[in-house]
Design a protein around this ligand. Sequence first.
Ligand SMILES: [Zn+2]
Length: 253
Amino acid sequence: MLLKKGDTGPAVERLQTALAKQGLYIYRVDGDFGQKTEDALKAYQQKLGVKPDGILGDYVAGKLGLVSVPAGAPANTKPVIVLTAGHSLIDPGACNGKFTEAGIVREVRNGVTAILNSRGYKVINDGTGTDNQPLGKAAALVKQGKIAIEFHLNAATSKSATGVEALAQSKDKAICQKLCSALANVLDIPVRGGNGGWKDEGSGQHSKLAYVSAGGIILELFFISNDAELKKYFERKDQVFTAIADVLTEAFN
Ligand SMILES: [Zn+2]
C-alpha cells in the first residue's frame, strides 16, 4: 500500500478515518489526500518514531490497521511465518548507551509482523508489544512456521566492526543471502563473510544454536556497538522492516 498527497478515493477515506481514530485528523473524511491529511499522517509517523515523510507505506498502514486484502480474495493459503526477538525481558543482550539489543529486536519483530499481517500473512511471535519470551520458548515455535527468524544484533569490542550476517542450516542459505543483501542495501553496510552473509550452524555462539538446530534462522541485523550503524537504523527503521517483509513476501507468496 502506498498513498501520498494528491491521491483520492476509498483508500484515502480509510486512511483519514484511521487517523481520526488516533485523534490526529479532525476534519471531514472526504477521500482527498491534501495538506491536512498529510500533516496528520506526519504526526502519526512521528509518534511511531519513523521518518515523517507524509507518505503512507506498508509499515504505517499495518500499524493503522489498514489491511489491503482485495475484495473476493481467496481464503488465506499463505504460509505461516515465525518471527521472534532475541534475548528476553530479563536478558537485554548487547547494549550501546541507553539502547539494548532486546529492545531494538523487539521493535523489528513487531514492525515486520505488522507489515506481513497487512499483506495477509499469519505471523507467530514470542510475545507481542514489549513481551519477549526466552530462547527456549522461541525455539519451540520454530516448527510451527514455514520459516522462522529470530532477530539479533551483533556486538564487538571494536567500534568499527560492521555488517549483517545470518546463521542457519544450509537449507536456508539462499533466503539468508537475500535477507542479508536487502539489509546491506537499506543500511548501506557490508554483508559479512564469504558466503553472502550466510554462516552454517556450527559457526555461531553456542547459546543461540537451539534456534538453528530446530531449523530457524538467526539474523544478526547490524552491529549495535557501531554508533554509525545504530544511527542509520533509527533513521531508516521503517525501510528495514519493509526490506525484511519484502524478502519473505517474495519467497513465500
Ligand atoms: Zn543477540
